[in-house]
Design a protein around this ligand. Structure first.
Ligand SMILES: C[S@@+](CC[C@H](N)C(=O)[O-])C[C@H]1O[C@@H](n2cnc3c(N)ncnc32)[C@H](O)[C@@H]1O
Length: 377
């Protein structure tokens, strides 16, 4: 080594630690660090945890782990993951461990966080499905709204997973049941038509409350109707409840029903088509029959409902959640008499709307001219 090279090497050895220390100091004092740290603690980590939990609950992994700790192979078998993809399944499960939702012991995965344990309980299925609904449908509208507008894109019914929504809707079950308690005749024979039955759980509640009730349960979505039919069979109700796929707007049924129910789906109809849909529901009622419609309404100051409302604003079907007064007026315009809008829980935006069909001119435009009473509570 000549003298010049030796001098350069010595200089470099002295400068390198200094340079390293300086760049470390620069990295450590980067003003973006505290912002990133705050974001990741307050926003990003909870989002990752929620997404992992929603997926673990929806795929049944939490349910398996609630029964007993499981190793990779038994989870892979349960999920029907091919051999080649098992390392990927392990990577996902290990991420769940690092996020603190799962733990491991003796080569087995187990539930660790309180949230994972709660979501694994069968009684909390509607909560787990609500988390999945939020992540799969609410997050995309918040994320994509401006891009969707630029591209002229809208959500369609196919963008929703009907079976997830059917399960998440049951988060409102207690309020729907309270509305049914106030409306349902528990003794005489009742012919019920439920439009948009989802899982069929509300029809089951009505059938168990009145052993003489028979029902037709209809849902627009094929897979949802098929799942509801399976549920009716499992609940021992297949002989009293006919379940079918169908659209309220084109249902070919006689005006034979004592009660028509629509729970949590009036916003699947565009605002300017709601009167027609309600007329159609009235046309299926026997004289003196009643409508029970339950729905969340606008104006509750609830972020979840705001985003649901936003989703339907960006969809190529349906429309925003109703204003309670507007919907009561639409029932009246559709020819229902004795229209009432009742809050189920004071202060909550969820309401039950009832109306009676006198039977005259059901569904005909002349029925619109009658001036029925409207009461809002
Ligand atoms: C949010 S889910 C509610 C499910 C159930 N009613 C509940 O409250 O648990 C709305 C359901 O209404 C159904 N639906 C929407 N429009 C319909 C129509 N025109 N005819 C029949 N069903 C309809 C959808 O397919 C969906 O399953």
């Amino acid at each position: 080594m000549d003298l010049l090279s030796l001098a350069r090497t010595v200089k470099h050895r002295v400068e390198a630690p200094l340079t390293d220390a300086l760049s470390l100091a620069r990295i450590a004092t980067d003003p973006r660090n505290p912002v990133l740290l705050t974001l990741s603690t307050a926003l990003v980590n909870p989002l990752y945890r929620a997404a992992f939990l929603a997926s673990a609950a929806g795929s049944g992994v939490l349910g398996c782990l609630a029964v007993r700790p499981c190793d990779l192979d038994s989870l892979a078998e349960y999920l029907e993951v091919p051999q080649d993809d098992r390392p990927r399944l392990r990577a996902w499960l290990d991420t769940g461990v690092r996020l603190g939702e799962l733990g491991t012991r003796e080569g087995c995965y187990r539930l660790r966080s309180p949230a994972a344990r709660l979501l694994a309980l069968p009684g909390n299925d509607a909560v787990a499905a609500t988390l999945e609904e939020i992540l799969r449908f609410h997050v995309p509208v918040l994320l994509d709204a401006p891009r969707m507008l630029s591209a002229g894109r809208r959500f369609s019914l196919a963008d929703q997973d009907g079976t997830v929504i059917a399960r998440s809707s049951l988060a409102l079950r207690a309020m729907v049941e309270a509305a049914l308690d106030r409306t349902l005749d528990r003794e005489g024979p009742v012919r019920l038509l439920e439009v948009g039955c989802g899982t069929g759980a509300h029809v089951r509640y009505a059938a168990e409350a009145n052993p003489r009730l028979t029902a037709v349960a209809v849902d627009l979505q094929e897979d949802v109707a098929a799942r509801a039919a399976d549920n009716m069979a499992a609940w021992g109700l297949a002989d009293r409840v006919e379940t079918r796929q169908g659209d309220l707007r084109t249902l070919d049924l006689q005006p034979q029903f004592d009660l028509v129910t629509l729970h949590n789906n009036i916003y699947y109809f565009p605002e300017d088509e709601r009167v027609e849909a309600l007329r159609r529901a009235r046309a299926l009622l026997a004289p003196g029959g009643r409508l029970l419609l339950t729905t969340s309404c606008r104006g509750g100051g609830n972020a979840g409902l705001d985003v649901l409302n936003l989703w339907f604003t960006y969809a190529d079907f349906g429309g925003p959640l109703p204003h309670a007064d507007d919907l009561a007026a639409q029932l009246a315009e559709a020819g229902f008499t004795d229209v009432r809008a009742t809050r189920i829980v004071p202060g909550q935006p969820f309401r039950a709307f009832t109306g009676t069909s006198t039977g005259s001119g059901a569904g005909s435009p002349s029925s619109v001219r009658s001036v029925p009473s409207v009461q809002s509570v």
